[in-house]
Design a protein around this ligand. Structure first.
Ligand SMILES: C[S@@+](CC[C@H](N)C(=O)[O-])C[C@H]1O[C@@H](n2cnc3c(N)ncnc32)[C@H](O)[C@@H]1O
Length: 352
């Protein structure tokens, strides 16, 4: 098979026969892009299916895709796969090409716990002969089957017996200057796994937060930025953590509590909704680089709407030109400060 053929996305390939033969209701489809999930279900019409997504944005796109193709399936968004009922006869897991290795291990582990006894896990990977999955399936399920599929990579295993739940997580510590050290729990699928991101550090070392401030940690990940902000906002301050990724929000809540943040809320939204406009003194954002600058634009425009009249907006980026333009379209005054190789764009004078 040529290299070109190998790169055909799952959403353009015929569903392998082993998947249609083994898929029995109730079926859970775990992760996968909206196009891939809808594509698979178009071959399994009428099957009772639940699609798991971790992120609200992906879930919304998947619902649209399913509606467009007139496919009836439930789409559910939760922090963990094992938050679904443990009553599925089949799980079809669609790992992302080049996706995070730890998230794949975590997904394989968690699928075990939502299968009925003797239920089947099917893994349809876009990467042919990926050595990674056989080893993981063997470790978690005991056995795996890899039918010869003429260039397709499908593996399957059966749940036999019980195994204790093993949560994949890394705890990291971080501090600002001589301040107290904070401990953060991070999990696969949430930025940034296992470490305090350098861009985030540049952001929180630049922000100015006063006692009593209401701070929005926009796209909070595991909540580190808001938790550092709470250090300055103090007992009278308030932190709102917002993210579209439900695992991120679960972590932010847990980390805020463990680090002694007294007054906080978590908001699940992919459109930066659910908070009162004009009610924040500070908004902090470290937007992702995917989706061009669409998410940065959303964060900037909605962030501005949520700020009090003299509120301070801080965004860290390496894509200064593109995002700087959105900032100048949105705020009257914009300043750029370089710190640790990043640029912090703000509507106020920065200290860095
Ligand atoms: C680069 S990470 C930053 C995480 C953390 N604040 C930090 O600085 O380490 C960007 C975050 O934005 C979130 N995000 C992406 N698109 C979003 C959207 N449409 N609405 C809300 N959050 C979103 C992602 O889930 C991710 O947690």
């Amino acid at each position: 098979m040529s290299r070109r053929q190998k790169e055909i996305p799952l959403s353009q390939r015929k569903l392998p026969s082993v998947v249609s033969e083994k898929a029995r209701a109730p079926l859970a489809v775990v992760l996968g892009s909206p196009a891939e999930v809808a594509h698979c279900l178009s071959f399994l019409k009428g099957i009772d299916a639940t699609c798991y997504q971790m992120d609200l944005h992906q879930a919304e796109r998947l619902k649209e895709e399913l509606t467009e193709r007139q496919i009836a399936a439930t789409v559910t968004t939760k922090a963990d796969v094992w938050d679904l009922p443990n009553d599925f006869q089949t799980v079809l897991y669609l790992p992302a090409r080049g996706g995070e290795r730890e998230l794949k291990i975590d997904a394989i582990e968690q699928t075990y716990h939502i299968l009925r006894p003797h239920g089947t896990l099917l893994v349809w990977s876009p990467v042919e002969r990926e050595p990674f999955f056989p080893a993981q399936l063997k470790k978690i399920y005991g056995r795996y089957h890899a039918p010869l599929m003429n260039g397709q990579s499908v593996l399957w295993s059966q749940r036999e017996g019980d195994r204790p739940r093993r949560r994949h997580e890394i705890v990291f510590q971080a501090r600002l200057a001589d301040g107290p050290s904070h401990r953060f729990v991070s999990r696969p699928g949430v930025f940034s796994y296992g470490r305090f991101d350098n861009g985030a550090r540049a952001l929180v070392e630049t922000m100015v937060v006063h006692p009593g401030d209401r701070v929005l940690d926009l796209g909070c990940g595991c909540g580190a930025n808001g938790i550092f902000a709470a250090q300055f906002a103090g007992d009278k301050g308030h932190i709102a953590f917002l993210d579209s990724n439900l695992r991120a929000l679960a972590l932010a809540e847990m980390n805020a509590r463990a680090n002694g943040v007294l007054s906080f809320e978590t908001v699940a939204s992919s459109r930066v909704e659910g908070l009162r406009e004009g009610s924040f003194d500070v908004v902090l954002a470290n937007p992702p680089y995917y989706a061009n600058s669409a998410i940065a634009r959303l964060f900037i425009e909605r962030g501005r709407a949520l700020l009090k009249p003299r509120g301070r907006f801080y965004l860290v980026t390496k894509r200064v030109e593109e995002i700087g333009e959105v900032m100048t379209q949105t705020f009257e005054y914009v300043e750029a400060a370089m710190h640790r190789g990043y640029t912090i764009l703000s509507n106020t004078e920065t200290m860095a």
